[in-house]
Design a protein around this ligand. Structure first.
Ligand code: C2E
Ligand code: CA
Ligand code: CA
Length: 711
């Protein structure tokens, strides 16, 4: 630069305006620094910067240049400049960084050669400035980065949350201390492990059962996010490390994107063991009985539904039992609830001891339990019921008291007794009531039991009262001779005038009375009432006999023959005025007992009739032995005999058989004239049916038959 006045000026760009700051680097006019072009756009330095091109002026040109004026007052104090030359400083990207400017060439104006040299010098300076700027930028960026890394490092290593940085293959490249601690291994061990293996990898064949559906679906979502560089979160995943650790976690995965490219992902997680334990405790509370620790009704329902689905799929049976303790209420009432509770607590383990692991015992409430036996059919269920009852046979010791508690069990089987949970529960319940009533300790559901459902039991209370208050009444249906048309016998058919339900037919309460042990007083009442009515008719001149139906249970009543004799004696009627009907089914259920009882009854002189004949399977040899006088062909054969050849054949052969045995034949259920004629033609003795007369009150019988008596 020699004797020249030289200025290097650098541009500083602001968003609002750009300016050029000049620094004098020689002292020809005294060193000065910090001159900044005025913001109004004047100033020759600024002109060069803006043009980004060299500029060479003579002294005259300089002085005439409008922007030179803008140089301000300072130039005025300087001796006139003899020449002026400037070359821009240009950055690599072509932008202007400032300029180098020389002035006051002693030997005259600057030449083109001077200009070329300065341009070259400016280019070299530009490269240097540019490099140093770049270097500075890199340094400061590096410092920034380091600061940032320290910062994030401090955060991640102090986080309670486990953080894993994964590469694009899903392998762990970085793990924070929390991650290592939560996974029970060192950070070092984690590096290089894949997230897939942490999330369970291939299902472990040693595992019992499948992972919970929620966990497995969230695992899928997480892996999908890993592979597609998306993000996902899960509140219920399981991380595994080694063979032992199964850590329940809430976690999230999100991609790391740098420069528009996916560099990997971050997987963050935290331990939710405590939360899960808490939820599990709540769930346990909702599904287990607090007193006994057994599953409650809710859990039973769940297991039952599940077992039903499985049974349906596999075509296997299952049994549902309902068990109710006998006399538990007495224990509670006399020894107190606390004692009752202690007793219930002992019953559960005893029951479980008698069952398989796959069976479920649940407490439904009070002293009622349910037992679910997957895979069991009737026989297996009955065997289990016996085992349960035996398990309860041993006395239960509570404090210094030892007591015996029995139980009643009802059994319903899938699919025979129901294919849905509600039906099975209801029917097992019904069977349980039957077991309780008949003191048979357990009972398998059967459709006839339906009358003993709990609502029916309310009816039972009413029936007891009905017997006492004479709410029962008898209707009578004539049995008419098919040759001559006279009526010598009427069948007494019981009805119940119920205050709420109206006149109930016998089908609706006889089975109930049988189960409840009320059939004996009922039968006695019917016999007595029918005989009194018979005596009344005879007084009026109507020479009638009455037929009364016995129940199968009557075979177990040793007092029956005496009771019959007493009633006869009271009314003063001969034994021949009474016909006792017993169904073929009842007889064949216990042939020996039937033979004994019927023999004793026959000795009193009453007539005996086999009711509903044709529905049981009595053999001719057996029939011969029975001391009976009459056979009533069941109405199911009579009803269709006019149209069904098979039924006609059965009726015909029954009539013949009866006559061969010396028995009278009654056909019941005659509903039309054709059937009546047909029966008459077959030689059937008497008939009964709506076509002849419906069952009716005693007074109506009197009305109907009196004229006949006068003839
Ligand atoms: P059951 O001994 O076979 O009595 C005949 C039943 O057939 C009666 O029904 C009668 O109303 C009905 N019946 C009569 N004629 C016809 C007809 O033409 N067509 C049809 N479809 N039915 C006819 P009910 O009175 O409802 O009695 C039903 C059953 O109840 C009786 O069958 C009997 O087994 C039982 N029962 C009735 N009274 C007593 C009783 O006092 N004690 C006992 N243990 N059982 C009784
Ligand atoms: Ca009958
Ligand atoms: Ca009958």
């Amino acid at each position: 630069i020699g004797a020249h006045q030289a200025v290097v000026s650098l541009r500083t760009d602001h968003p609002a305006q750009s300016s050029v700051t000049a620094v004098s680097i020689s002292d020809k006019y005294g060193a000065w620094r910090g001159y900044t072009t005025p913001p109004d756009g004047s100033g020759i330095y600024r002109l060069v910067a803006e043009r980004n091109a060299p500029m060479r002026l003579t002294q005259a040109e300089l002085e005439a240049h409008p922007d030179w004026r803008g140089f301000g007052g300072e130039a005025v104090n300087h001796p006139p400049m003899r020449g002026w030359l400037a070359a821009p400083l240009t950055a690599r990207d072509g932008s202007n960084m400032g300029l180098i400017q020389l002035s006051d060439k002693e030997e005259g104006d600057f030449t083109a050669d001077d200009e070329a040299v300065l341009v070259q010098l400016a280019q070299m300076a530009s490269v240097t400035i540019d490099n140093s700027r770049l270097f500075q930028e890199v340094r400061s960026a590096e410092a920034d980065l380091r600061r940032q890394l320290d910062f994030t490092g401090a955060i991640t290593s102090n986080l309670g949350e486990g953080v894993l940085v994964l590469d694009r293959e899903g392998l762990i490249t970085l793990a924070n201390p929390a991650a290592a601690q939560l996974l029970h291994c060192t950070e070092h061990e984690l590096i290089g492990t894949s997230l897939v293996s942490l999330l369970g990898g291939a299902p472990n064949p040693n595992d019992e059962g499948e992972p919970p559906a929620a966990a497995s679906s969230s695992r899928g979502q997480l892996l999908e996010a890993l592979h597609t560089a998306g993000s996902a979160r899960s509140d219920d995943a399981v991380l595994r490390c080694g063979t032992e650790l199964h850590l329940p976690v809430a976690c999230s995965i999100s991609p790391i994107v740098t420069g528009g490219e996916v560099a990997g992902s971050v997987f963050a997680f935290h331990d939710i063991t405590e939360r899960k334990a808490h939820t599990a405790a709540l769930e346990h509370q909702a599904r287990y009985d607090a007193l006994t620790g057994l599953p409650n009704r809710t859990l039973l329902h769940e297991r039952l539904h599940q077992a039903l689905r499985q049974a349906e799929r596999n075509g296997t049976p299952l049994a549902l039992m309902i068990m109710d303790l006998d006399g538990f209420k007495d224990v509670n009432d006399t020894l107190g609830h606390h004692f009752g509770d202690l007793l219930l607590q002992q019953v559960g383990p005893r029951m479980q001891g008698a069952l398989r692991l796959t069976d479920t015992v649940a407490r439904l409430g009070g002293d009622e339990f349910a037992i679910l036996l997957p895979g069991a059919e009737e026989e297996a269920a009955s065997a289990t019921a016996k085992k349960l009852l035996r398990a309860l046979e041993d006395r239960i010791q509570i404090d210094d008291l030892s007591l015996h508690i029995g139980a009643s069990i009802g059994i319903a089987i899938f699919p025979e007794h129901g294919i849905d949970a509600d039906t099975l529960l209801r029917r097992a319940d019904v069977a349980m009531y039957v077991a309780k009533r008949s003191r048979s300790s357990f009972s398998v559901y059967s459709p006839e039991h339906d009358q003993y459902s709990p609502s029916r039991l309310a009816l039972l209370g009413d029936l007891r009262q009905a017997l006492r208050q004479e709410a029962l009444l008898l209707h009578y249906q004539p049995q008419t001779h098919l040759h001559g048309g006279t009526t010598t016998t009427v069948e007494a058919l019981v009805r119940w005038q119920h205050p709420q339900y109206g006149l109930l037919p016998p089908d609706q309460f006889i089975p109930l009375a049988e189960q409840a042990g009320l059939i004996t007083p009922l039968t006695y009442w019917v016999i007595d009432t029918a005989l009194q009515q018979c005596a009344a008719w005879r007084k009026l001149g109507l020479d009638l006999n009455v037929a009364v139906n016995l129940s199968a249970r009557s075979l177990h009543d040793p007092q029956l023959p005496d009771a019959v004799a007493e009633s006869l004696a009271r009314t003063g009627l001969p034994a021949s005025a009474l016909v006792l009907e017993l169904s073929e089914n009842a007889i064949m259920a216990e042939p020996q007992r039937a033979l004994d009882v019927l023999t004793r009854l026959h000795e009193t002189g009453v007539w005996l009739s086999i009711d509903d004949f044709g529905t049981g399977y009595s053999s001719l040899a057996y029939l011969k032995k029975l001391p009976v006088d009459e056979l009533k062909i069941d109405r199911s054969f009579v009803r269709l005999m006019s149209t069904d050849e098979n039924d006609a054949v059965i009726v015909r052969s029954t009539v013949e058989l009866a006559h061969n045995l010396g028995l009278r034949v009654v056909a019941e259920g005659i509903e039309d004239q054709i059937t009546l004629d047909q029966l008459a033609a077959l030689g059937c003795d008497t008939g009964q049916g709506y076509h002849l007369a419906r069952p009716m009150p005693a007074a109506a019988i009197t009305e109907l038959l009196m004229p006949q008596g006068r003839h």
